[in-house]
Design a protein around this ligand. Structure first.
Ligand SMILES: [Cu+2]
Length: 534
């Protein structure tokens, strides 16, 4: 289903009578230009167990008349974009959030070939109006937002990590987020992004996304320079012939038309790279390439360590996933590039051709440009979340499947994720939960894909154990929060993954969602609600 490449949905939505205002002061900070250096994003760190910050979501028009969305933090002297939130396990995270989205209209609206991005009523609008409480729902449109803390295993309650009924209107509305990073959450990379149903794509595509790092090193990462790499679709690069153009820490990658982003490194030095796939639809096959793909020691996926780490020359991650790996010592003056090597997105998926992401310049002269180093490994033993899940006994087994109805080549289509035996329904906040379970249950879900394009299965609030692919048990099961389910080729069995859901933590009781993390599929309805009773 053609999705992001014809990104006219914003234009379409904006022309439908949503509030359209001129860009005022609440704009997005300038972004780097072609050939720029990839530097770590600005950071805000917790102190004495607490991280409190003011964060706004702004919007403005980029140079190519596409709408940029941005998370903005004032560091005391200037507004900076997409700060990395750095916390320790157990820390309190407080965000005083302001919605300053002032949607601006692209000069040359592109034609939508996409699922409808119609405003949708969520929650109880009457109650919302009466109480003025943004926890009660309201009409979700391109100017409303909320924040999802992707991968943090925190409660699905309002002011923490709730995206169904939390609808924060624009116009400077303020909203407090206050949550505690679980003490047993694992050291690694997580992220935050907007999740207003129907409009997550334009906001994330426009650039609104940032990293969360739970501090902590292990024997593989201690002492290494720590590089944070965020790959986004590039809102300013939309052309008919340029599907899948990306940016790296906002530096656009559009080779050969323009010079590549530059990663400056020194010779003979391993580095720890934390890569966030913040693209809305991009399946990445990451390689560090000289005249061959170099071995990368992958130490964690979606924030959770692999045991043991695995050496790979290609690291494949779906949209929203994170891969953290140690790169080998590089040699000076050897042509080295970061690239995605292309991905089979089926007969109807967005084309994922090979794409150069950055030139890696290896020079002793770069010593002053090295990022800060990882702290010494944590030696105290700690009970880590999900550590015993493989040995637990499942209390239920379910089958779910992705399906679509394509409505002609011009769309919109309908996108579904359905529990086997139920009727496919596009997401609606008023739908009853598709799955009801309770705290303490352990469930094995087999998720299959009946469509001719891949999907990226994601569930909020918990990670899951990837146990089997196409029914074949994995030798090394691993935890993830976002997983590719490959497309169906038109004959033979559907591809599937069997994953174990651990609902043991009473703090995750409540209603939350699971969905495809190709965000325009999610916006198009490929999402459903699970209710976990206390
Ligand atoms: Cu999908």
């Amino acid at each position: 289903m053609n999705t992001i490449s014809k990104f006219g949905i914003m234009a379409g939505a904006l022309l439908c009578g949503l509030s359209v205002t001129a860009a005022g002061q609440n704009v997005c900070p300038a972004r780097p230009t072609f050939g720029g250096e990839v530097v770590n994003p600005p950071e805000v760190s917790s102190k004495n167990g607490v991280l409190t910050l003011n964060l706004a979501e702004n919007s403005s028009l980029g140079p190519s008349q596409q709408v940029r969305y941005c998370y903005v933090y004032n560091n005391g002297s200037q507004n900076v974009e997409a700060p990395t939130l750095r916390v320790n396990p157990g820390d309190q995270l407080n965000i005083n959030f302001t919605n300053n989205i002032s949607v601006v209209q692209p000069k040359h609206p592109l034609k939508s070939r996409h699922a409808p991005n119609k405003p949708m009523m969520m929650g109880d609008p009457e109650e919302a109006k009466k109480t003025g409480d943004f926890c009660q729902g309201g009409m979700v449109d391109a100017t409303t937002t909320n924040i999802h803390f992707h991968g943090l295993n925190i409660p699905p309650t309002c002011h923490q990590d709730e995206v169904i009924n939390t609808v924060i209107p624009n116009g400077g509305s303020q909203f407090q987020y206050a949550t505690q990073v679980p003490a047993d959450d694992q050291f690694g990379m997580y992220w935050y992004h907007p999740h207003p149903h129907g409009f997550s794509t334009p906001q994330v595509f426009g650039g609104a996304a940032g990293a969360i790092i739970i501090n902590g090193s292990n024997q593989y990462t201690q002492g290494l320079p720590e590089r944070i790499i965020e790959i986004r679709n590039n809102a300013d690069m939309i052309t008919d012939e340029a599907d899948g153009e990306f940016s790296v820490n906002f530096v656009p990658a559009n080779y050969p038309r323009k010079p590549l982003p530059v990663i400056n490194t020194i010779p003979g030095q391993k580095e720890f790279w934390r890569v966030l796939n913040a693209s809305t639809n991009g399946f990445m096959t990451l390689q560090l390439y000289t005249d061959h793909a170099l071995p990368l020691l992958v130490v964690s996926i979606d924030g959770i360590p692999l045991n043991p780490p695995q050496s790979m020359t290609t690291v494949t991650i779906p949209p929203a996933a994170r891969a953290e790996f140690v790169i080998p010592e590089l040699q000076a003056n050897v042509h080295t590039q970061l690239q995605t090597n292309g991905f089979d997105s089926g007969s109807i998926g967005d084309p994922m051709k090979p794409w150069l992401l950055a030139n890696v310049v290896v020079s002793a002269g770069n010593a002053s440009k090295e990022p800060p180093r990882m702290p010494p490994a944590v030696t105290q033993t700690r009970v880590e979340r999900f550590s015993g899940v493989a040995g637990k006994k499942p209390t239920a087994q379910r089958n779910l499947y992705f399906s679509e109805i394509n409505v002609g080549s011009n769309g919109p289509g309908q996108f579904f994720i359905t529990v086997q035996g139920q009727l496919p329904k596009v997401f609606d906040a008023m739908n009853p939960p598709a799955i009801v379970t309770k705290v303490g249950n352990i469930e094995d879900w087999t998720v299959s894909n009946q469509t001719a394009e891949p999907h990226a299965f994601h569930i909020h609030q918990i990670h899951f154990l990837v146990m089997a692919i196409d029914g074949v048990p994995l030798a090394n099961p691993y935890m993830a929060d976002t997983l590719t389910i490959p497309e169906w080729a038109g004959s033979g069995p559907y591809h599937s993954a069997t994953v174990r859901m651990d609902f043991s933590d009473p703090k995750i009781a409540g209603s939350f969602v699971y969905h495809c993390h190709i965000l325009d599929h999610e916006d198009g309805g490929m999402m459903a609600t699970i209710q976990v009773n206390p």
